[in-house]
Design a protein around this ligand. Structure first.
Ligand code: G6P
Length: 588
């Protein structure tokens, strides 16, 4: 789970181009980083590797027109300089960065026992394996080596023997080629090259790009048959991917939710109708996602049953693989993913697709692997999300689910109108609660445990609120259906324990209130999120009233995002860089 970027072209400071690109990929993983460059007029390589964050880093590397870089989130081998990429062959002439996992690395490493390995990584087998093929053209060495490798990869390689050529290959890990008038990029996603170009080509599994200063050629591996690839225009801008004047990406992304929601409504009508029809007609409907996207999927399930009378199952993607075998041609899988690259989701989709299932998806990143695997994709249209903790993508996932559910009920226009109205209410929710959540954060930061309760369509907001708080402020938080409290968790409530009750005056109101009172009776510090104050609350978070009670999840999410954000800030933590976590989880 790492980010990679390479550049070849007219810009004479490739190492700094790559360093800046890595800074924009840091959200993919960030325990260490490294860059390799061929200095101008030289055939030797210069490499720099460091442990720690890259954001403020500078490089001492010399100028040159070809460089590759990597930001690492450790999987095989600890966080050391030796384990940071790039990795090189014994002769020092083959240089590699890799995102993914080489599953048979131990077997290959045993076979290559006469080589000197300098790291514990799986990646290092690649340059050594290529070295075994002698002085053949670089693309052939890459192709031969990959025939031996099992696993997933996006790899960038160059050789000091052919110093103007970079090879990019992919299988089950993301890689996109950027085409600018000053040269070419290959990167894990388009964000790091957006300031240079919005023209791009998605590399598919089993494809290779051979990139020189003036050309990119595409081949199939292993046949090495040349192929034509379709160019695409990326709609995101460099500005949308920067945090502007905001202290962190997370707060920028929370604050831009009203405008993001307005964009969610802009869907291709025909696709939306076809999507809703497939959901409606599916004999078996399975929603598959991870993390925050799964919470959106649970709300989707409530909406499908409420508005479309359509039952569905929601699966945690890492567990879905164990059920995927039961899929068949009557199964529709609906994948939900911001990145469109989450390995666990992809794994389940491949298995289900292999059994004949139809694949629908709701994703943010156009051209991502899940998007390309899908029979129909609906996009979130929220622009690039960089903060590791998902915020605006979540709200837009909900918006797309509302649109699909309303379309299932034959009321697309009404759904679109309600989302647009909700954008105003979300704006109001930010205004009402921004300062208040700063204040509440000063209390919450002192606690080790916080509980979030809700019912019905609001229940997923309890688990999402808890996830946000724990992932960025490291306060242990548990969200659950309020009715489940008395089956165990109530035993943990003691004097002063914060309990956050999501309790709008909708169909869940009175039952949720009773559960809140049960905690209060055991001494809880009861924090109520509602459109209506109640004397039982020790602290009240005001929710504005949306046009339809089913929209409360959109409104209630905002203060909880702000609370998590300010609690992390109060604790001196960087909310954009939660320890041990990465935004795009491309390993199983
Ligand atoms: C990681 C991110 C979460 C995200 C989850 C699923 O854990 O930190 O914010 O919800 O992956 O990612 P996806 O891209 O599939 O939505």
């Amino acid at each position: 789970m790492c980010g990679i970027i390479g550049y070849v072209g007219e810009l004479q400071d490739a190492a700094r181009v790559v360093l800046n690109g890595l800074k924009k990929l840091e959200y993919r993983g960030y325990d260490s980083w490294g860059i390799a460059v061929i200095p101008s007029g030289s055939t030797a390589v210069s490499i720099e590797k460091h442990i720690g964050h890259i954001s403020g880093a500078e490089t001492m590397l010399p100028k040159g027109s070809l460089a590759i870089g990597h930001t690492r989130w450790a999987t095989h081998g600890g966080v050391t300089e030796a384990n940071a990429h790039p990795h090189v062959s014994c002769g020092g002439d083959i240089i590699v960065v890799h995102n993914g996992i080489i599953e048979n690395f131990q077997e290959l490493r045993d076979e290559l026992s006469q080589h000197t390995f300098l790291s514990q990584t799986d990646t290092e087998v690649i340059p050594h394996l290529m070295e075994e093929y002698g002085k053949i053209p670089l693309e052939q060495a890459v192709s031969k080596a990959l025939q031996r490798v099992k696993g997933s990869y996006a790899i960038l390689v160059f050789s000091t023997r052919e110093p103007e050529k970079m090879i990019a290959v992919r299988k089950e890990s993301p890689l996109v080629i950027g085409l600018s008038s000053n040269g070419f990029f290959a990167a894990s996603d388009a964000v790091p090259f957006l300031e240079y170009t919005t023209k791009a080509v998605d590399l598919d599994d089993g494809e290779m790009a051979v990139i020189t200063r003036h050309h990119v050629e595409y081949y199939d591996i292993p046949s090495m048959a040349k192929k034509e690839k379709q160019q695409k225009k990326i709609t995101w801008t460099a500005e949308a991917a920067s945090k502007g004047d905001n202290a962190h990406y997370m707060i920028k992304e929370i604050l831009e939710q009203p405008s993001a929601l307005r964009n969610a409504v802009v869907q291709d009508k025909q696709k939306l109708t076809a999507f809703a029809k497939e959901v409606m007609n599916a004999k078996n409907l399975k929603l598959v996602a991870c993390g925050t996207s799964r919470h959106a999927a649970i709300i989707g399930r409530y909406l499908f049953t409420k508005l479309g009378k359509k039952p569905a199952d929601v699966y945690i993607a890492s567990e879905f693989s164990y059920f995927a075998d039961s899929s068949d041609a009557d199964t529709v899988i609906l994948a939900v993913s911001q990145s469109g690259e989450t390995a666990d989701v992809l794994d389940g989709l491949r298995k289900a697709k292999g059994k004949g299932a139809r694949i629908l998806s709701i994703v943010n990143v156009m051209g991502s692997t899940i998007d390309r695997m899908s029979d129909i994709t609906l996009y979130l249209n929220c622009g690039p999300e960089v903060g590791v903790a998902s915020t605006k993508a979540f709200l837009n996932q909900l918006a797309v689910f509302y649109l699909v559910a309303y379309t299932m009920a034959g009321k697309t226009e009404e759904g679109a109108k309600q989302i647009k109205d909700a954008a105003h209410v979300v704006e109001e929710s930010i205004k009402l609660n921004n300062e208040k959540m700063k204040m509440l954060a000063q209390t919450i930061k002192k606690f080790e445990h916080v509980y979030f309760l809700a019912r019905g369509v609001n229940f997923p907001i309890a688990i999402e609120g808890a996830l946000k708080l724990k992932e960025i402020s490291y306060v242990h938080a548990e969200g659950m259906p309020a009715g489940e409290l008395k089956h165990g968790t109530l035993a943990l409530i003691e004097k002063g324990t914060p309990v956050i009750l999501i309790n709008p005056t909708d169909y869940t109101y009175s039952d949720s209130l009773s559960n809140g009172m049960e905690t209060k009776a055991r001494g809880a510090f009861l924090i109520g999120l509602s459109n209506q104050i109640n004397p039982v609350y020790d602290f009240f978070i005001q929710l504005p009233t949306p046009s339809n009670e089913l929209l409360y999840p959109l409104v209630a999410t905002v203060p909880l995002q702000l609370l998590a954000y300010y609690t992390a800030c109060e604790k001196g933590l960087n909310p954009d860089k939660p320890r041990n976590l990465a935004k795009s989880v491309t390993v199983k």
